[in-house]
Design a protein around this ligand. Structure first.
Ligand code: TXA
Ligand code: MG
Length: 334
C-alpha cells in the first residue's frame, strides 16, 4: 500500500519544548522528538517499555525493527551492554560523541521491546549540543529511531518532524537543521571483523584505520552472525518515482511530463530536458553540503506534484558512499 506523503504545515498544534521541559517529559514516560547531528529522533526512556511501545505506534514501525539507544556518557553502558569489546572502546575514544552506532550484547535490564527481541543492542553517543543537554538533564539513556513515519524520509529539521508526525509526540525540541543530515554509521563486531550495517558520515576506511580490523559491507548471508532485521532494500523513499540520471530507470522516467531534478555540482547537462522544479544539493560539489540537503530536497520535490524526480550521479568518496546508499534505497522498485 502506498503511504500518503508528509504534508507541510499539516499540524499547527505541535508543542515546542525547551531541552529542560523535554527532559522532564521523558522522565515522566513521554515520547519527544529531539535533534541530533544526523537526523531528528523520536525519543523515550530506554528502561520504560510502555513509552517505547508508543514510539513504535507513533512511527507505525514494525515490532521486529530494533531501536538505537543514545547515551550521554560511557558510564551508562554498564546497564546497557554486556561485554563492551576493546575495539568499541578504541572507536568510541575517536568517534564519540558523534555519528557512530555500535552493536554489542545487550544487558538484561534493557527491555526486549527496545531490541525487538534481539540479544544485542545498538548504542550511540550523539554530539548535538541540544541532545546532549537533554540526555544530561533526564539522566537516562534514550531509545530513539528517526522521527519519521516508517519507510518515509528521515527528518533533518524540526519542521520535517511536525510534517511527518504532527502532534502525536508529546512535543518537539527544535535544535535547528541537522549538521550531517544522514543517519549514523552502524557497525557490529563478529568473527574478528567489523560489519558495516549502514554507511554514514564516519566511513569504513576511518573505522578500519582506527580499529585495525577489516570492515565488510553487510550482506544478507551475514544474518546468522549478525541479525539485522532493519536492513531493507527500499527505505528513505519519497512517494514520487525517482531515478539517477544516466541509468536505465531514468530513461523511462524522462518520458514523463512533469519532471523534477535534484542536481549536484555545476550543470554540465545540455538543456534538452525541461524540468518543472530544480534544486541543487551543492553547486560547488561539496559532498558534506549535499548530505545535509538530500532529505530536504527529496521532501520538497515530493510536495511539487511531479511525475518523476531525476537525481544527478553523486561521487562515492567520503560521505558520498552514504549518500549513494540512501539514493539506492530511495530508487528501488519505483
Ligand atoms: O543517526 C541515527 O542513527 C538516528 C538518530 C536519531 O540517532 N537514528 C536512526 O534510527 O536512524 P533508526 O531506527 O531509524 O535506524 C536504526 C537502524 C535500524 O535499521 C535498526 O534495524 C538498526 O538500526 N538496529 C538497531 N538495533 C539493532 C541491533 N541490535 N542489531 C541490528 N540492527 C539494529
Ligand atoms: Mg529510520
Amino acid at each position: 500500500m502506498k503511504q500518503q506523503p508528509d504534508i507541510p504545515g499539516k499540524c499547527p498544534q505541535t508543542l515546542w519544548l525547551t531541552p529542560q521541559a523535554a527532559a522532564r517529559r521523558l522522565q515522566e514516560g513521554g515520547v519527544v522528538a529531539v535533534p541530533t547531528e544526523t537526523v531528528y529522533g523520536l525519543a523515550a526512556d530506554v528502561y520504560n517499555p510502555l513509552a517505547i511501545e508508543r514510539i513504535f505506534t507513533i512511527k507505525e514501525r514494525p515490532a521486529n525493527d530494533p531501536l538505537i539507544v543514545h547515551i550521554h556518557e560511557e558510564s551508562q553502558l554498564t546497564s546497557l551492554v554486556n561485554n563492551w569489546p576493546e575495539v568499541a572502546i578504541r572507536l568510541a575514544e575517536v568517534f564519540w560523541p558523534g555519528p557512530l552506532t555500535m552493536i554489542a550484547p545487550k544487558h538484561a535490564k534493557v527491555p526486549d521491546i527496545v531490541t525487538a527481541g534481539l540479544p544485542s543492542v545498538a548504542i550511540r553517543m550523539p554530539a548535538h549540543p541540544v541532545m546532549r543537554e537533554i540526555l544530561q538533564c533526564c539522566q537516562t539513556p534514550l531509545a530513539a529511531p528517526s522521527a519519521n513515519r516508517f519507510g518515509c524520509i528521515s527528518p533533518t529539521t524540526a519542521k520535517h518532524v511536525g510534517d511527518s508526525l504532527g502532534n502525536k509526540p508529546d512535543g518537539i525540541v527544535d535544535g535547528g537543521p541537522c549538521t550531517i543530515g544522514l543517519e549514523s554509521t552502524i557497525i557490529a563486531f563478529a568473527k574478528k571483523k567489523i560489519f558495516l550495517l549502514r554507511p554514514g558520515a564516519i566511513t569504513a576506511q576511518e573505522i578500519r584505520q582506527v580499529s585495525g580490523f577489516p570492515v565488510s559491507p553487510y550482506k544478507s548471508k551475514d544474518a546468522e552472525d549478525v541479525p539485522a532485521p532493519g536492513t531493507m532494500p527500499r527505505h528513505y523513499a519519497p512517494q514520487t518515482p525517482i531515478a539517477v540520471l544516466g541509468t536505465a530507470a531514468s530513461s523511462v522516467l524522462l518520458n514523463q511530463k512533469k519532471l523534477g531534478r535534484i542536481a549536484f555540482g555545476k550543470d554540465k547537462e545540455p538543456h534538452t530536458v525541461k524540468y518543472h522544479q530544480t534544486m541543487n544539493l551543492s553547486p560547488n560539489a561539496d559532498l558534506s553540503e549535499a548530505a545535509t540537503r538530500l532529505y530536504d530536497a527529496m521532501r520538497y520535490m515530493d510536495t511539487c506534484h511531479l511525475d518523476a524526480i531525476l537525481i544527478d550521479p553523486i561521487p562515492t568518496d567520503g560521505i558520498g558512499s552514504a549518500i549513494n546508499d540512501r539514493i539506492r534505497r530511495a530508487t528501488q522498485n519505483n
